[in-house]
Design a protein around this ligand. Sequence first.
Ligand SMILES: Cc1cc2nc3c(=O)[nH]c(=O)nc-3n(C[C@H](O)[C@H](O)[C@H](O)COP(=O)(O)O)c2cc1C
Length: 176
Amino acid sequence: MKRKPIPFSELLIQAHTIWSRQWLVLTCGDFVSSKFNSMTVGWGSFGTMWNVPMAQVVVRPTRYTYQFMEQYGTFTLCALGKKYRDSLKILGSCSGRDRDKISEAGLTPIPSSKVAAPGFAQAQLIVELKKIYWDDFKPGHFLDPSIEKQYPLKDYHRMYFGEVLAISGTESYSII
Ligand SMILES: Cc1cc2nc3c(=O)[nH]c(=O)nc-3n(C[C@H](O)[C@H](O)[C@H](O)COP(=O)(O)O)c2cc1C
């Protein structure tokens, strides 16, 4: 996939759709030691916090990826083209605890430019992030009672903010 570096100020995304319909792959760990895991994410955001460009993701403690998010300081978010829909389904339904789902999904991990966590050769967009904040959702703070229905197992997400350190993407992800 032909990608070029994209400054955050020139990143072109559909703020809601990229999460809710396109989905992203969250990968955390270390490429060099081959200790990393990936999962599909559909909830999160890109924005600005404490004057830095950031992305926010939420990970339930039941995910294998959660252990990596706790242990490692960096992660990546990758967008894949439509033909990788089945790959996203595999990463979003199987656990890396049990199988090599990244190979099964037909994805090739590649080193990132600034962080230890890998991206994927097939990705149209790779965002490299450094963890800067976390917090746990508190059910007592849900102002809309319907939110609680998302947690029948009470496995409330841990939220992570990552500072964006680098972005590379295909031309369609750049306003220039
Ligand atoms: C479209 C889609 C979006 C998802 N979004 C999230 C999410 O934002 N946070 C989360 O904790 N799990 C999310 N999941 C579930 C995980 O991707 C799934 O449980 C995965 O198998 C976890 O893998 P792991 O155990 O290897 O970490 C999503 C699944 C799908 C299919």
